[in-house]
Design a protein around this ligand. Structure first.
Ligand SMILES: [Zn+2]
Length: 341
């Protein structure tokens, strides 16, 4: 897919002052983005260190256009959320219809937020598709609960879905250049919450070139409640996989899950691209409190991300949940260092 050894190790890190400022407006994660990027920067991860084999390039995001967003979102939803009049703190009757209530309140700057977050993930995708980078990191993305016409679970824009759709644009088949093929995309979600928004986008699409695997916590009443978040059965769509884990999942749990499930699914599917949603709300210390997963060590989140990068498939690393900003910044700095290794 247009990759060569010269670009084999390059890592694109999507960041800009505007992105951090706009992303930091998210009510569930106020200021988090600024802390994440400033920690990565102050640790020297964003400059080319002479001892690392990789090269990190900071790439500024281009905000998404209306057309970019309309590839998935409905026009009704976009017309509502992109109109600044609807996010100025006044009661607007249709807000609830679009999910803009409870955990997704409208907030000042919402139109910019939506354009920047989608634009950041799409900028990362372009780095991969055009072969400039083997790994693209977009910690501001990963909003996996947003629906086509509705905000949900702190997610106002379905950047994961937009990124996947953009990676699946037809390209010349390397095995027979006269033909076009749809790249095979594997979406793996490590956030403690089930990726219901992404799953819904591809439900009953009958495709076999996209695979969804969500490893998450599920329990009665735990968000999001969905019949798709359970273990697959004989009649489930084999391309929309879920692996619910009990409370307290740890490095030992993930070590087994990785070797017995994730690796096997990847081997069977043989993706051309991997999209890895790295929500850090399953780590020990997160206020969500469902799992006891570690960042370092065998079976830790860093180990899992490192294993995924060993597949040597162009990979998009997205963020996600994580509700202690200092812990989240530490986690994302560590995962950035693994991407650069
Ligand atoms: Zn989450």
């Amino acid at each position: 897919m247009g990759h060569n050894s010269r670009t084999a190790r390059t890592v694109a890190y999507i960041a800009s002052k505007e992105l951090a400022q706009v992303s930091a407006l998210l009510p569930s994660n106020r200021k988090r983005s600024m802390i994440i990027h400033s920690l990565a920067s102050s640790l020297g991860l964003l400059s080319n260190a002479p001892n690392t084999s990789g090269e990190i390039r900071v790439v500024k995001p281009t905000p998404a256009s209306y057309q970019d967003l309309a590839v998935y979102h409905s026009r009704d939803y976009l017309d509502f959320v992109l109109d600044p009049k609807n996010s100025q703190g006044l009661e607007v009757a249709e807000a609830a219809e679009y999910g803009l209530e409870d955990d997704c309140p409208p907030f000042s700057g919402l139109p910019h937020y939506i354009r920047y977050i989608a634009g950041a993930s799409l900028t990362a995708v372009r780095e991969l598709r055009e072969g400039r980078s083997r790994i693209a990191v977009c910690w501001d993305g990963g909003r996996h609960h947003a629906q086509k016409s509705k905000a949900a679970g702190f997610c106002y824009v379905a950047d994961c879905v937009l990124a996947i759709l953009s990676l699946r644009i037809l390209v010349p088949d390397p095995d027979s250049p006269a033909k076009m093929k749809k790249p095979r995309v594997m979406y793996l979600d490590l956030d403690v919450h089930f990726s219901d928004g992404v799953c819904a986008a591809f439900q009953s699409s009958g495709n076999s070139t996209f695979l969804h695997l969500s490893v998450h916590h599920a329990a009665p009443g735990f968000f999001p409640v969905s019949p798709l978040s359970t273990l697959p059965t004989a009649t489930s769509d084999p391309f929309l996989l879920s692996l619910p884990l009990h409370r307290g999942a740890s490095n030992a749990t993930f070590y087994r899950v990785w070797l017995n499930v994730v690796e096997k699914v990847r081997e069977a599917f043989q993706p051309d691209y991997v999209v890895l949603q790295c929500g850090v709300d399953g780590l020990a210390g997160d206020p969500t409190g469902a799992w006891n997963w570690g960042l370092g060590g065998e079976g830790g989140m860093g180990w899992c991300v490192g294993k995924a990068l060993e597949w040597n498939v162009p990979t998009l690393l997205l963020g996600g949940g994580g509700y202690d900003s200092a812990n989240a910044a530490r986690a994302y700095a560590y995962l950035t260092s693994i991407a650069a290794r």
